[in-house]
Structure formats: structure tokens, C-alpha cells
Design a protein around this ligand. Structure first.
Ligand SMILES: Nc1ncnc2c1ncn2[C@@H]1O[C@H](COP(=O)(O)OP(=O)(O)OP(=O)(O)O)[C@@H](O)[C@H]1O
Ligand SMILES: [Mg+2]
Length: 221
């Protein structure tokens, strides 16, 4: 840390696991153990002081996410690696409908089809039609979160990092979000996710890595 006189905070050590195409790994461990920090290292918001994070990209090349240059990281974030943060972020001054339609247009769908699909997704996660033309900055926590989730899902990343994506959702909406995530997983997206509730993790994850025990456990899905 720059403040506090260069004090060092040890967050993660001796972490090792593997996730394959179409596989979901659930990260568990007590609050403050470093689950979010680990996802941030993979997304390269944080740079670990040692170790490697190997990612095989769509061309079959192995990229070390710890040492890859900024340009490479931006390319991967744009086309291959998605991240749903534990905290909500919204794009200011763009309506919910335009956020989703825009992402679909970027994926190559024509405008008309993008609008149809955007409506389908917004309804599926229960965002009321009265909000579609509003700026997401005025949305409730759960509404913002649902918008973030569909935004990340429609871009169909090859790898998706999820940090407590269902934390503020009611049971019905949670079910809908879980089924969206499962659909994406079936299409081959590799996923690493943190969940505060064990039941949701069990529904999604094929294996679990516990940061306290530092080991992987296979789960029956
Ligand atoms: N940028 C940072 N600067 C200083 N300390 C940090 C930073 N990021 C994380 N930490 C510290 O590292 C530890 C791990 O934090 P992290 O957010 O990864 O925990 P977590 O396992 O995700 O917890 P939770 O379950 O509460 O979300 C915490 O003690 C936190 O304060
Ligand atoms: Mg966290």
C-alpha cells in the first residue's frame, strides 16, 4: 500500500487450480480470504507478485495473464474474458434498453433483432418494461445487478468471472439468472465464480476450490 508507509498486506498464497471449457469452478472461503482479489488477478485488475495464470485463447495460444502486455489484456477483455463484479457498476446516461441492444449490435446482430433479443433478456430477468428506457443509475441494487449479468452473458465470453452475481436477488429472479448462466456454460464458457450461498454454487459448479484448505473438490452436478 502506498498510504500506510508501504505496508504489505498478504492476500493470497499457494493457489493452484485448473478450469476447462464448459466447466464451472466455485471459489469458497471466509470473508476477507481473497476470493475477489483472486478474480481480480485473473482479470488483471490486480497483478500478483509471483506465480503464473495461464489462459488458452481462441487461437489456441497460451497467454500468461500475469505478464501479458496491456494491449493483449484489453483484447482479451473485449473478446474473450468477461467479469461480473461484486459491486455494481453502471454505464451512465444510456438507457437499459440501449445498453443491451448496443452490446448485441456489437456482437453482430442487426438492430431490429438486437432490440427483440434485448427485450427478451430484460423480461427474462424481470426488469419491468417501465424501466427499459430509464438510465440504470436510478435502478435498485438488484436491478443493476441483473442488467450487469445480462450484459456480461450476451457477449458470450469464453471465460466468465462472477463475483457473487446473485447476492441481492429474490429467489425467482435468482432462478432465472442461474438458468441464464447454465445456458452459457452449456455453450462452452469456462466459469470461475464466488457465491455467498452454498445452494446456488452447488447448482452451478462442477468443482469447488476452497481458499482456506487450498484444494479442489469435485462436486456432483
Ligand atoms: N486494493 C487493496 N488494497 C489493500 N487491501 C486489499 C485490497 N484488495 C483487497 N485487500 C484486502 O485483501 C483481503 C482479501 O480481500 P477480498 O476482497 O479478496 O476478500 P473476499 O474473500 O472476496 O471477501 P468477501 O467474501 O467479504 O467478499 C482483505 O483483507 C482486503 O482488505
Ligand atoms: Mg469478495
Amino acid at each position: 500500500m502506498h498510504i500506510r508507509g508501504g505496508k504489505t498486506i498478504l492476500s493470497l498464497m499457494d493457489v493452484s487450480f485448473e478450469v476447462k471449457k464448459g466447466e464451472f469452478l466455485g471459489l469458497t472461503g471466509p470473508s476477507g480470504i481473497g476470493k475477489s482479489s483472486l478474480l481480480k488477478c485473473i482479470y488483471r485488475t490486480y497483478v500478483p507478485t509471483s506465480g503464473d495464470i495461464w489462459y488458452t485463447d481462441s487461437m489456441g495460444d497460451r497467454v500468461n495473464l500475469v505478464t501479458a502486455n496491456e494491449h493483449e489484456i484489453l483484447r482479451l477483455r473485449k473478446y474473450e474474458i468477461g467479469y461480473i463484479s461484486q459491486f455494481l457498476h453502471v454505464i451512465p446516461r444510456v438507457s437499459a434498453m440501449d445498453v443491451i441492444t448496443g452490446a448485441l449490435v456489437e456482437k453482430g446482430f442487426d438492430r431490429k433483432e438486437s432490440e427483440e433479443r434485448a427485450k427478451e433478456y430484460l423480461s427474462r430477468v424481470g426488469i419491468p418494461t417501465s424501466l427499459w428506457e430509464m438510465f440504470p443509475s436510478t435502478f435498485s441494487g438488484g436491478e443493476k445487478q441483473r442488467l450487469n449479468i445480462i450484459h456480461a452473458i450476451i457477449s458470450k465470453p469464453r471465460m466468465l468471472l462472477l463475483d457473487e452475481p446473485t447476492a441481492s436477488l429474490d429467489p425467482n429472479t435468482k432462478n432465472e439468472v442461474v438458468s441464464l448462466i447454465l445456458e452459457l456454460k452449456k455453450e462452452g464458457t469456462a466459469m470461475i465464480g464466488v457465491f455467498h450461498d452454498h445452494d446456488t454454487m452447488i447448482r452451478l459448479a462442477d468443482k469447488q476450490y476452497d481458499l482456506k484448505l487450498e484444494k479442489t473438490k469435485e462436486l456432483c452436478v
